[in-house]
Design a binder for this molecule. Structure first.
Ligand SMILES: [Zn+2]
Length: 373
């Protein structure tokens, strides 16, 4: 077990790095990449997405044949994270002090990548050329990776360290995530003197929502109304109600057609009451599926087998930077890197798992094309 692994995790975890405010975390990483003699640069994503930091890229040349392989982990964490501190328990478990998230999502991924590259260098192990990409604002639907200039990348194969689950798990498919907002415009009136002359926007929203089951209304598609805002005062018939939510499915077209259905239901209820709707949507992330016979999957399985870790490839219902990479022709897997119960105060990691993930990632970095080894 490497002390350095724990020290890196602890140090990085101690840096506050919420989405759009990743500056200090990025600076700490730049220092470490400089120590590794990596050729790195930071792009101008910060100014494009109103953050204080850009995406960090690094190139590490290797002596093995083949185009570079891309490894990625994001710089930001969800909140509450201010003052977070990693606590190491006797069984190797790493938790936060309890009143913040741990931020293993994605400190674990960053730590594993740094340790793997460091070991390759200090042990002089021949490896593939490696590209590293540390995007900002992943937790905001991949805002950072959505503005990266992909013409700068040579890799066509990515390993994104950003998945919960046992080491050896990897996601080869992720959903389209569409967020939406529907405004129902009714008509204000005095609730006591003239209720019938008003058009009740909240009641229209309620009727529409009641006929739209929440959760998984059709197999493989999730629908969630996450926010309702409406009304002005107890004695006014509400003239406006705003409803926000999201739709997810591994099938992009299924999300688009469900959105049509949602709109139609709101429009119908609005028309019945004499209200009108104003709807907008945004495809935050687009679904992708990495074929099981692609080189990225084969290489991952080969590396698992050589490390003695059972591989398990499956789809996920969460988005990641890989959704954006796929849009630019990069075939990738999102791989588990010891983060559990993420986005909660119960979040934890494990030093033994981190160590196994380092060994696995080193195997990938040193894997030659089939037939050559
Ligand atoms: Zn993450």
């Amino acid at each position: 077990m490497s002390n350095r692994l724990w020290n890196t995790f602890r140090e990085l975890c101690g840096i506050h790095s919420p989405s759009y405010r990743e500056r200090a975390f990025c600076d700490a990483l730049i220092k470490r990449l400089a120590d590794l003699n990596g050729n790195f640069f930071e792009d101008n994503a910060g100014s494009k997405i109103q953050g204080n930091c850009g995406n960090l890229y690094c190139y590490i040349p290797g002596s093995l044949n083949g185009p570079p392989l891309l490894f990625s982990a994001h710089l930001d964490t969800v909140e509450p994270a201010e003052g977070k501190k990693a606590v190491l328990h006797e069984n190797g478990c790493i938790s936060s002090a309890g009143n913040t998230i741990l931020g293993a999502d994605d400190v674990a991924g960053v730590t594993v990548i740094l340790e793997a590259v460091t070991r390759l260098k200090e042990q002089n192990i021949p490896h593939r050329s490696i590209e590293l990409l540390f995007p900002v604002a992943e937790e905001k639907y991949g805002a950072g990776s959505s503005v990266f200039d992909y013409s700068l990348l040579k890799a066509k194969e990515a390993y994104v360290l950003d998945l919960s689950g046992a080491i050896g798990e990897a996601a080869n498919a992720a959903p389209t995530i569409m967020s939406f907002e529907i405004k129902i415009h009714g008509k204000a009136a005095h609730a006591g003197f003239a209720p019938k002359s008003g058009v009740h926007a909240i009641a229209v929203a309620a009727r529409a929502i009641a006929s739209l089951p929440q959760g998984e209304p059709i197999p493989g598609l999730t629908f969630n109304i996450g926010q309702i805002i409406g009304g002005e005062s107890n004695n006014i018939v509400p003239s406006l109600c705003t409803v926000r939510g999201e739709i997810r499915s591994l099938i992009h077209g299924a999300v688009l057609s469900y959105w049509d259905k949602v709109r139609a239901i709101f429009d119908t209820e609005a028309a019945k009451a004499g209200a009108r709707t104003e709807a907008k949507n945004k495809v935050e992330l687009k679904a992708y599926e990495t074929p099981l016979d692609s080189s990225v999957v084969k290489r991952f399985i080969r590396a698992c087998e050589k490390t003695g870790i059972p591989p398990y490839i499956h789809s996920t219902f969460g988005g990641s930077d890989q959704n954006n990479f796929a849009l630019h022709g990069i075939t990738g897997l999102v791989i588990a890197c010891s983060m559990h119960e993420v986005h909660s105060l119960r979040e934890y990691s494990n030093l033994y798992e981190l160590e196994n993930c380092v060994r696995l990632v080193m195997r990938i970095m040193t894997d030659q094309e089939e037939g050559i080894q």
